[in-house]
Design a protein around this ligand. Structure first.
Ligand code: CP3
Length: 349
């Protein structure tokens, strides 16, 4: 059996599987004691720039929980310094939330957009390529590796707001300066394409596009400011020969449109029953849709909700179990283990 026959890649292609594949967004993160131990010694961006540490933290949850796919440890913002933006990650201060990304020179004007440069992954982000190679060596063919980039709207929200500060400035730019917004999305699209192509060339077997905050836009703005760019990214990944997965939240009103952009897999958050989503998307695979917060509750409830989703998803090939969004830092590892085991216990064969 080659890795191409692995249940995760088969599910992406809507082929039958021996048992349902499961992985979780943010599966390598702060809920894991081994991750926190690494982070006590190195800063977040430093970690993202070390191929050895990238491989270590990417593979840890595969070893510990038996997930059916690994996801490159990196961030959707790692390339922003190469584009000319001064990015840092602040440690959360007491009483001031969780910290998060900060950009000291956010993009506000047409001149700011024109000054952005498209990164050269081989030169500017060699640690991502070397990280992908190191992960593949460490995985030794056990599970496929998912590469990823951020979608243009989501990356722009950080670049324009200067951090996790909502969407008002970016959305105002769409209405006040649509040409500036298009120029920004154009550059972020080209940056996304060269990065994901480099990850695939280095060995990533699938690609996920994180467009986490796209649910902020109405249909008209999606059609004008997002869909054409997403279609180009999806096409570039398909040309590179691996399945392409869309991830967004709050997109229930637009699922068919997203599927029509050329994605192989469409992620569903927790706001819609999985059977409804699958019925609406007969021609793509579907990934999701357990609410991450369920994992903070009693383990029996988490397992029960998992069973309910598996039942609703049904036996038709083309389903990947995942969360509706990422694992949160306070998630008990026992609950993660219980949910993975519950998915694996149910075979649709
Ligand atoms: O899923 C994985 O395990 C792979 C690694 C991964 C990270 N970020 C590591 C990370 C992935 C796929 C991402 C994507 C990402 N980054 C997204 C899209 C996914 C989503 O959750 O919607 C976004 C919006 C970002 C930007 C980002 N990075 C923010 C807003 C923050 C701060 C908020 C937070 O969760 O802390 C980060 C930091 C970050 N990225 C951490 C990790 C493990 C925590 C940093 C730390 O160790 O202190």
């Amino acid at each position: 059996m080659t890795l191409q026959d692995h249940r995760f890649l088969r599910a992406c292609r809507r082929q039958s599987v021996d048992r349902l594949p499961v992985w979780m967004m943010r599966q390598a993160g702060r809920y894991l004691p081994s991750y926190r131990a690494v982070r006590e010694k190195v800063g977040f961006l430093e970690l993202c720039r070390s191929p050895e540490l990238i491989a270590k933290v990417t593979v840890a949850p595969i070893d510990e929980f038996g997930f059916d796919a690994a996801i490159l440890f990196s961030d959707i913002l790692v390339h922003l310094p190469a584009m000319g933006l001064d990015l840092s990650f602040e440690k959360g201060e007491k009483g001031k939330g969780d910290g998060g990304p900060k950009i000291a020179n956010p993009v506000r004007t047409r001149a700011d957009v024109d000054a952005l440069t498209i990164p050269d992954p081989g030169k500017d982000l060699p640690y991502v390529r070397d990280g992908v190679r190191a992960i593949r060596t460490a995985l030794a063919g056990r599970v496929p590796l998912i590469g990823f980039v951020g979608g243009p709207f989501t990356v722009a929200s950080y670049a324009v707001e200067g951090g996790s500060q909502g969407f008002t400035r970016l959305k105002t730019m769409l209405y006040a300066e649509p040409r500036t917004a298009h120029a920004l999305f154009e550059k972020l699209t080209r940056a996304a394409i060269v990065q994901i192509e480099a990850q695939i060339a280095a060995g990533a077997e699938a690609a996920q596009i994180f467009e986490s905050w796209l649910g902020e836009l109405d249909r008209y703005d999606l059609e004008e400011f997002s869909f054409p760019y997403l279609a180009r990214i999806a096409e570039a990944v398909r040309k590179a020969g691996v399945p392409v997965i869309f991830f967004g939240t709050g997109m229930g009103g637009h699922l068919e449109k997203i599927a029509g952009l050329g994605f192989d897999v469409v992620s569903i958050d927790w706001r819609m029953p999985i059977d409804e989503a699958r019925a609406r998307l007969p021609d793509v695979a579907v990934q999701g849709n357990l609410d991450s917060i369920v994992l903070l509750g009693p383990r029996e409830v988490a397992v029960e909700r998992t069973r309910r989703i598996l039942q609703a998803a049904g036996p038709k090939p083309g389903y990947i179990f995942n969360l509706g969004h990422g694992l949160t830092p306070s998630t008990p590892t026992e609950n993660v283990k219980a949910v993975v085991d519950a998915v694996h216990d149910i075979s649709w064969k």
